[in-house]
Design a protein around this ligand. Structure first.
Ligand code: KIV
Length: 333
């Protein structure tokens, strides 16, 4: 836009051409020109009250299931909030489902923060949680607090999540004592998938169920406000839930937990239909099919020039077009 305005003052142009260019410029200035369509989160929240820790505690006390969904960028966060999610999680599943990495161990704190910043710009009602990625908290409670502070200050998240049970209690204590809420994550902890021998159900023997129970108690005692239980048999998850005084959020843990979380890209079906999906994922949508069909139609319409036609084109004033053509012709002779 600015460069066109400058061009209209270009002394190298003939006078009629300068006039035509400035007329066109003025008509453009009356039209919204960007190809982007920013959406205001304020428009979408529609005056609903923001979800706070207190809201979540009340839901837990009322036994009202808490809904959580991942989001990794601005539009996926907008849509999660618009659909009424109580909580939006910037999970490190970002690595696998959005960045195409083979597992979650590769994603960095900087990458997580960039994703969190985008999500935070979209969300003004749902309560946000930012995952601390592998390597950003295990070394010491001090390292964990430094990473959590970055996730809040730079990622603009309202709380953080980290994987691990009793062994992470010092980290959880350090972060919560500094005033940052922590959601713990036990059961299947994907950051440790290689040590666990892959993505496997956890807590499925008496010993493992007891270890899960002890981990749940330890993270609660350390100050976690919530705990994710991943890939745990339903009955075991129910008993752990009953034994705690903080909400449990299940993923592959049955419907007796205090709430549920899913990875948005999985549940919306933004993947080829034949791609692997864990047993617990229900596909609530088929965005892949809808996307492929829409893009194919776009390709066909570009190929046969049926797109873009009216109403997708800007029309110039007939007189401007005429003057422009005449100016070009005159300039050429
Ligand atoms: O990274 C993630 O998306 C998660 C959820 C699956 C709980 O941790």
């Amino acid at each position: 836009m600015a460069s066109v305005a400058c061009t209209s003052r270009n002394p190298l142009l003939t006078r009629p051409l300068r006039t035509a260019v400035s007329q066109i410029t003025r008509s453009w200035q009356q039209t919204r020109w960007s190809s982007h369509a920013p959406t205001s989160p304020a428009m979408l929240a529609r005056g609903q009250k923001p979800v706070t820790i207190q809201t979540l505690q009340k839901m837990y006390a009322d036994k009202s299931p808490i809904t959580m969904l991942t989001a990794h960028n601005f539009p996926s966060a907008l849509i999660a909030q618009e659909a009424g999610m109580d909580m939006v999680l910037v999970g490190d599943s970002l690595a696998m489902v959005s960045l195409g990495m083979p597992d979650t161990s590769e994603v960095t704190l900087d990458e997580m923060i960039m994703s969190a910043r985008a999500v935070s710009r979209a969300v003004n009602r749902s309560f946000t949680v930012g995952d601390l990625p592998m390597g950003s908290y295990e070394i010491s409670p001090e390292q964990a607090l430094a990473s959590a502070i970055r996730m809040v200050k730079q990622g603009r998240m309202q709380s953080v999540k980290l994987e691990g049970g009793a062994e992470m209690a010092p980290q959880i204590k350090k972060i919560t004592t500094a005033g940052i809420s922590v959601c713990a994550h036990i059961g299947l902890t994907p950051q440790r998938q290689h040590a666990l021998g892959g993505f496997r159900v956890q807590g499925n023997t008496l010993d493992k169920a007891m270890a899960l129970y002890n981990d749940a108690k330890a993270v609660q005692d350390a100050g976690a406000f919530m705990v994710v239980l991943e890939c745990v048999p339903s009955d075991i998850a129910e008993e752990v839930t009953n034994a705690l005084s903080i909400p449990t959020i299940g993923i592959g843990a049955g419907n007796k937990t205090s709430g549920q979380v899913l990875v948005q890209i999985d549940m919306l079906g933004v993947r080829p239909p034949d791609s692997f999906m864990p047993k617990f994922v229900k596909r609530y949508g088929s965005i892949w099919d809808a996307g492929v069909a829409a893009i194919k139609q776009y390709k066909d319409e570009v190929s046969d020039r049926t797109y873009p036609t009216a109403p997708y084109v800007y029309k110039s004033d007939a007189k401007v077009t005429e003057a422009f053509r005449a100016a070009i012709k005159a300039g050429q002779s």
